[in-house]
Design a protein around this ligand. Structure first.
Ligand SMILES: Cc1ncc(C[n+]2csc(CCOP(=O)(O)OP(=O)(O)O)c2C)c(N)n1
Length: 562
């Protein structure tokens, strides 16, 4: 590292603080840090880059703080391990808010590091000073202030006490499964005079303990359905094992992390069937559920709804019974006939859905999703936007499709915490950079426009290998499925067409772009991504996408009978 000042000068407090903070990140197993440029956070940025040079973590620089935050969030979603974002002071800090909100509601361990000016500058009108202390309120489980000047107290015990304070906050991210905030006041000088030194120290991992609780066993030989959702993989795997043990069908919501043979085909459609009785006596929800209207109704109105709640995440609070954690897996029960009724209906529904898609070949979001499900390569990753992309995956997912996706060989993520359409591009890139496996992302044109800045990757940064599939239906297609679809002024306040030539815009931002007009072209472009590639799928009409959905529900209802 090239030092700007004389090596003989003592290391300034700002750099000592930076070294201490970065060492604690390393000790807490943080592998991925995103940062944006700024003078105040400079000492920590430089310390991070030095730690990266020593092979202790990876650093990703982005020009926009909102992008940096979602990038780090994506990496945490994919790895399940805490990641961090670092910004300078002022409005830069406020730009982190959307990703923090998502992290809280999705239960993602996330460390927010904000640089601040010394406390004495508060209220003095000094530039870039805002109230950063506890700015994220209840959205972070811990928030503390560190003042670099305090490190000038040259006693080992004072230093140790500061280290402990930092450590207690950083480790809370993983323990509490959510965001934490460290606001670090750094006084000038802001340039180190000595090389940063780090230890390859690893802390002892605290295993998160889930207390098994019991569920009354007489419930377990009833006709039950399990609904699993959210992003916490141990809960999703548990749902699958429970389904196998009880012969209960499992409805797995996007992101489908545990696709497999026990899961229900085309869940929202089966739940809408009039002609066949699939009404369960017990509904057990595992994790955060309720994406489609049909599943949400089942989990609200089902005769007996029990929720296995993920600790610290709001999960199905209206359930009649709540279990805080997972209960012991019961011995094998036999509800075979019940499970077979669901399987038979699922198979029949699948054939009808495929027929309807073939008979109506005009390209739509549903065709795109069907194509991805059939063609995504083994050991790849897929990030979904929460608008039509996620809903159409939910509608079309079926173990009947014989593909890497249906066999669970494709991992899937989405911003399921609060379903924002913001930050989708950055989050997807974060999953790609941390997963280091071929990554794909599907999103709508508005979500892409919302996060255009995230296509900008500074030249010295590592580019992710990712293919974006943008469903360009010129506006918000999801609104055509909702009750608002019929209102006057629909296009102006809901549809919001922009007429933007996305392909041109994205080419100018440096992406390799291909415009797709036929579904057969799409499958031929789903090879292993190298660099940032975008497939812009041109959809002619949002209304016909919505009509096709309706037709699928009608045809399955006509065709599947007891
Ligand atoms: C940050 C944010 N703003 C607004 C919304 C409300 N919203 C949900 S879907 C949607 C439209 C999305 O359009 P697009 O990304 O083109 O996807 P499509 O619906 O066509 O699949 C909007 C505005 C949201 N979820 N998040």
């Amino acid at each position: 590292m090239v030092l700007i000042k004389e090596d003989l000068l003592p290391q300034p407090a700002s750099a000592q603080t930076a070294e201490l903070v970065v060492q604690q990140l390393i000790n807490n197993g943080v592998q991925f840090v995103a940062l944006s440029p700024g003078s105040r956070n400079g000492p920590i940025s430089l310390a991070l880059v030095e730690a990266e040079r020593q092979g202790l973590l990876s650093v990703h620089v982005r020009i926009d703080e909102r992008t940096a935050a979602f990038l780090a969030l994506g990496a945490a979603i994919k790895t399940g391990k805490p990641t961090a974002v670092l910004t300078t002071s002022g409005t830069a800090v406020a730009n982190l808010f959307p990703a923090i909100v998502e992290a809280k509601y999705a239960g993602i361990p996330f460390i927010v590091l904000t640089a601040d000016r010394p406390a004495a500058t508060q209220g003095t009108g000094v530039s870039q000073v805002i109230i950063q202390r506890e700015i994220f309120g209840d959205y972070v489980s811990r928030s503390i202030e560190i003042a670099s000047e305090s490190l000038l107290i040259e006693t080992a015990s004072a230093r140790e006490a500061i280290k402990e304070r930092i450590n207690s906050v950083l480790s809370a991210a993983e323990r509490n499964r959510g965001p934490v905030h460290l606001n670090i006041a750094l006084a000038e000088p802001l340039v180190p005079t000595k090389k940063f030194i780090f230890e390859h120290k690893k802390k002892i991992q605290n295993e998160s303990v889930i207390t098994p609780e019991n569920i009354s066993t007489e419930l377990l030989n009833k006709k039950g359905v399990i609904v699993a959702g959210g992003t916490i993989i141990e809960y999703l795997n548990y749902a699958q094992e429970l389904g196998n043990a009880l012969d209960w069908p499992v409805i797995v919501e996007p992101p489908h992390q545990c696709v497999g043979s026990a899961m229900v085909s085309h869940a929202p459609i089966l739940l809408s069937l009039h002609s066949i009785n699939l009404k369960p006596e017990v509904v057990l929800t595992v994790g955060r559920v309720g994406l489609s209207r049909q599943v949400a109704e089942l989990t609200k109105k089902g005769s007996l709804v029990i929720s296995c709640a993920v600790p610290s995440i709001i999960t199905n609070s209206i359930a009649k019974q709540r279990i805080s954690g997972l209960f012991r897996l019961p011995a094998k029960q036999s509800n075979k006939a019940w499970k077979q009724t669901w399987d038979k209906a699922g198979k029949a529904a699948h054939e009808i859905v495929q027929r309807v898609l073939e008979e109506n070949p005009k390209i739509s979001s549903l065709h795109v999703v069907d194509c991805l499900m059939k063609n995504l390569p083994q050991n790849s990753h897929l990030h979904l936007a929460s608008s039509l992309a996620a809903r159409d995956f939910e509608l079309l997912t079926s173990p009947e499709i014989n593909s890497a996706f249906s066999k669970g060989e494709v991992t899937v993520s989405m911003n399921r915490g609060v379903n924002g359409i913001d930050g989708v591009v950055a989050t997807a890139m974060g999953t790609a950079l941390s997963a280091k496996i071929p990554t794909f992302a599907m999103l709508g044109d508005l979500a892409a426009l919302h996060d255009l800045a995230s296509f900008v990757v500074p030249v010295s940064e590592q580019k992710p290998n990712i293919t974006f599939i943008i469903n360009d239906n010129n506006g918000g297609g999801i609104f055509s499925l909702l009750e608002q679809a019929e209102v006057e002024d629909f296009e102006r306040v809901f549809g919001t067409p922009t007429d933007i030539n996305l392909s041109e815009v994205l080419k100018n931002l440096g992406a390799e772009v291909k415009s797709i007009t036929k579904i057969s072209e799409l499958s031929s472009h789903l090879n292993i991504p190298s660099g940032i590639k975008v497939l812009v799928v041109k959809i002619k009409s949002r209304k016909s996408e919505a009509d096709l959905r309706k037709l699928i529900f009608e045809e399955v209802n006509k065709g599947v009978t007891a």
